[in-house]
Design a protein around this ligand. Structure first.
Ligand SMILES: Cc1ncc(COP(=O)(O)O)c(C=O)c1O
Length: 423
């Protein structure tokens, strides 16, 4: 066992699956993962924004063990407490009137469920999502995903009646505008879709990430979200917030929508919900949920007893330890240190973020994306015990997304490694 894993994997694990690093981990605890050869790393990827309490959080493991001792699986044959308890907790923390949930296993699967609900409830077929967004890899979710054409290559034709408006990713505006003097042409483009391509009466839903994730870690200008919310409300279009990456405290609130006072009709969540146990959900008001009949959607594993119990424990731990506040506070601290670094290092073109969802964009002297520069930085960070991963269509945005319970000392240590690795 151990260090021949890469070679063994080559024989039996599909090459389609790409790993961000070659580290073979035997043990992980809190912020740290330990490789088979005994090296410790600070995991500033949180296993893709999922281990929000750090790796293997004791309270969550305890909840899993307790649940495993009594019931592991139901397959929708019988009811059990952990799923209901989780739905009750989610009703407390989700924005607006959302109080009813469907549980699935992954982000993409929950997106599929959300768009099925929207189509069923409205009797309309059209869907609008935003260029640059990432919503998953299953065929429906992939149709909404445009963070990179690479994800879609070889899979056409995708779902029909899906349209895309530019995501308001202002640093690299797809319409070539500069935020300080633009008139939100991205929103006008969206209106244009409804004028020229699909009439509003045919649109079931718009799907948007309240903070752009995979596509570049970029919070949008609030005004665009207000207008999109209003446009949907005026036209009976359901607004779906994809909070798969931005949810569960990542941005310093339970959900990023809260930063904007945004009340989506449907909210989609996964990743941080259960500290790494496979679980996702989409939620809506009971009024909306009751528009699709029993049997309209289903699942064997979704919301299984163990994952549900770990999600309850995750929510309770975030509350008990004040981790939303810690995420907001440490995020602001990191942003201020990064802004100082920007003054010293020309390779940093832009810094943005909410809470502990922070993007640092690497640029060449002419402002174009510097993918190679970021690769070098990630390599140096790795050598010095810090895991940083990238995102953005140009793969030139470092995303800093440590666990919500990261301490000031750990943040300082990580940022020092980061700065030392900068040219
Ligand atoms: C915003 C968003 N939506 C959906 C997904 C898909 O989630 P999963 O990989 O669990 O299917 C992701 C994954 O990164 C995501 O970031």
């Amino acid at each position: 066992m151990g260090n021949d894993l890469k070679e063994r994997a080559k024989k039996h694990i599909t090459p389609a699956l790409v790993f961000h690093t070659d580290i073979e981990v035997e043990k992980a605890e809190g912020l740290y993962v330990e490789s088979a050869d005994g090296k410790r790393y600070m995991d500033f990827s949180s296993g893709l924004a999922t281990a929000n309490l750090g790796h293997c959080p004791p309270e969550v493991l305890e909840a899993a063990k307790r649940q495993m001792d009594s019931l592991v699986h139901s397959g929708c044959i019988f009811r059990y407490a952990s799923q209901v308890e989780l739905a009750e907790r989610l009703a407390e923390i989700t924005p607006g009137a959302i109080d009813m949930f469907f549980f699935s296993n992954s982000g993409a699967e929950a997106i599929e469920g959300a768009i099925k609900l929207a189509r069923h409830a409205t009797g309309r077929q059209g869907i609008i999502s935003f260029v640059g967004g990432f919503h998953g890899r299953t065929m429906g979710a992939l149709t909404l995903t445009t963070s990179s054409a690479k994800y879609r290559r070889g899979f056409h034709p995708l779902l029909p009646s899906v349209y895309h408006a530019p995501y308001p990713y202002c640093y690299r505006c797809l319409l070539g505008r500069i935020r300080k003097d633009c008139s939100l042409e991205c929103y006008e483009y969206l209106e244009g879709i409804l004028r020229h391509q699909i009439s509003p009466e045919d649109v079931a839903c718009m799907v948007i990430e309240p903070v752009l994730g995979e596509g570049g870690y970029a919070p949008p200008p609030p005004e665009v979200l207000f207008r999109i919310r209003d446009l949907c409300s005026r036209n009976g279009i359901l607004l779906i917030a994809d909070e798969v990456q931005s949810g569960f405290g990542r941005t310093g609130r339970w959900f990023a929508s809260e930063h904007y006072g945004l009340e989506p009709d449907i909210i989609v969540m996964a990743k941080g919900i259960a500290s790494g146990f496979p679980l996702s959900a989409f939620g809506a008001s009971s009024r909306l949920m009751s528009k699709w009949p029993p049997g309209a959607h289903g699942t064997t594993f979704g919301g299984n007893p163990v994952s549900a119990a770990t999600a309850v424990a995750t929510i309770d731990k975030i509350r008990k330890d004040g981790l939303l506040e810690n995420s907001a506070r440490l995020g602001e601290y990191a942003l201020s240190r990064l802004h100082e670094m920007k003054n010293r290092h020309a390779i940093i073109g832009d810094i943005r973020g909410l809470g502990l969802m922070i993007g640092v964009e690497f640029v060449k002297a002419d402002g174009s994306p510097d993918k190679a520069g970021l690769e070098r930085l990630m390599g140096r960070c790795l050598d010095n015990g810090l895991i940083i991963i990238e995102c953005g269509p140009g793969k030139n945005v470092a995303r800093l997304m440590p666990p919500l319970n990261v301490t000031r000392e750990e943040m300082d240590a990580a940022l020092s490694i980061f700065e030392e690795a900068l040219p």
